[in-house]
Each structure stands twice: as C-alpha cells, then as structure tokens.
Design a protein around this ligand. Structure first.
Ligand code: SAH
Length: 229
C-alpha cells in the first residue's frame, strides 16, 4: 500500500467515526476496508485525475458523470451487509469502481449503465483488470434486472426522485438497498431500504448526500406515480 492509499483508508476510517451518529456504524467492516485497499482507484480515472485518485473526493469520469468519493463507496458497500454468497445489483456502473469493490466481497455483481460508452469502457476495464464475477449491462436500471432478480443487495449510485417499486420488488426477503433520493443536482438523502424476512419494507434516511441524477424516461418517471394513485 503506498502513502496516498494509506491516507485514503485513514480518511475513510476517520469519516466513519465522525458520521457514526447518522450511520449507526463507528467503523466499517474490515472486509469492506480490505476491498478499498485492494482495488486501485487510479485505474478507474484518467489523465490528470489519476494524481487525485486517492483523495476522498468525487472525480469526473466523462459524459458529465462522476466516480463517488471513496468514503461514500465504502459506506454504501458497508450498509448493505453483503456476504461471500451475495448476488448484488448496482445501478449506475460509471467507471466500474463500485462494482470492482463489490466483486471482492460477493459471489456475483450485476451492474447497469445508461450511457453506452461508459458501459463499454467499464466492461473493458473490469475485464482487463481480471474481475470475472461482474456482468455489465448497457441500458436503464430503473426497472432493475428482472432476469437476474431477486438480489441480496442493490446499490443505486445515482439520485432518484423516489424509490422505484421495481427495485424494491427485486430485493430478496432480508435484503437491503441503498439509494440517494431527492432533487436532481440539489439536496438528496441516502435512503436505506430493508426488506424484512416476511417481506415488509422498512425505509430509513441515513444522511444528506449529493449524487448525479438517475436519468428516467418519461414513462419510467410516471410508472410509480401512477401505481400509487
Ligand atoms: N458507481 C459509479 C459512479 C456512478 S455515477 C462508479 O463507481 O464509478 C452514476 C452513473 O449512473 C452515471 O454513470 C450515469 O450515467 C448512470 N445512470 C444515470 N441514470 C441511470 C439509469 N437510469 N440507469 C442506469 N444508469 C444510470
């Protein structure tokens, strides 16, 4: 581990402590921290951003999108409580960094990216880095990935205006989802959605966050609203 990487891990540990009253977690699981150490964030950004790869901040990845700050990646990964047997869905592949972190911790990662160029470059990158338990799909993740459902965990890395019902439906009993909910480019809250063993759904707000928007087609944006009428 180089100096910059060590600094990144120390910063995550510190911020985990500072935010414990919101998250209920003083420290993240050592397996999560191990994955944050093993995966080289520098391989997921390009050009001048490589020099900033181990800073605890989001960075541009092209197409107006960003790779989340390392602390947020660790937090979201920690909150869904995965095991080595978990099958996980990510919405918003971006650079593939969050998917790579998950790949170290679970059996299989499915990830969906709306922007075809980002999906393709993430697919190439993850393949060349040798992560074999990740499948990248190009398209909208708003409706989840029905053929591969249900999932032990879902991580949504773009902000939605509401919790898509199809994603809740694709959680196994006992599974968890993290998703930023709120106004595009403004204030959002990271929501933790837990489906109980009996199927009841419990939703908690964890903290204020800022994510790029989950892009929804008009029919997607109206689907759930129509359902709740
Ligand atoms: N998890 C990524 C960062 C994600 S940024 C990483 O580790 O690098 C959010 C991503 O969500 C962007 O790449 C954006 O294009 C994508 N996105 C936005 N709306 C989407 C949708 N409806 N379905 C799938 N991906 C979407």
């Amino acid at each position: 581990m180089n100096k910059k990487q060590k600094h990144m891990l120390d910063t995550i540990r510190q911020e985990a402590k500072f935010t414990a009253s919101y998250t209920g977690r003083e420290a993240f699981d050592e397996r999560v921290m191990q994955a944050m150490q093993v995966i080289d964030r520098e391989a997921f950004v390009s050009g001048n951003n490589k020099a900033l790869a181990f800073e605890n901040s989001p960075l541009p990845i092209g197409h107006g999108q960003t790779i989340s700050q390392p602390y947020m990646v660790a937090l979201m990964t920690d909150l869904v409580d995965v095991t080595t047997e978990s099958v996980v869905l990510e919405i918003g592949t971006g650079s593939g960094y969050q998917a790579a972190i998950l790949s170290q911790l679970v059996r299989q990662v499915f990830t969906i990216e709306k922007i075809p160029e980002l999906a393709e470059s993430a697919r190439q990158r993850l393949k060349s880095l040798g992560y074999e338990n990740i499948k990248v799909r190009s398209g909208s993740g708003y409706h989840g990935w029905k053929e591969k459902a249900p999932f032990d965990a879902i991580i949504v890395t773009a902000a939605a205006t509401h919790i898509p019902q199809s994603l809740v439906d694709q959680l196994k009993p006992g599974a968890r989802m993290v998703i930023p909910i709120g106004l595009p480019y403004m204030y959002q809250e990271l929501m933790l959605v837990a489906k109980g063993k009996g199927g009841t759904v419990h939703t908690d707000s964890v903290m204020g966050v800022s994510f790029v928007p989950l892009v929804m087609a008009d029919d997607e944006a109206s689907t759930d609203a129509a359902k709740s009428d």
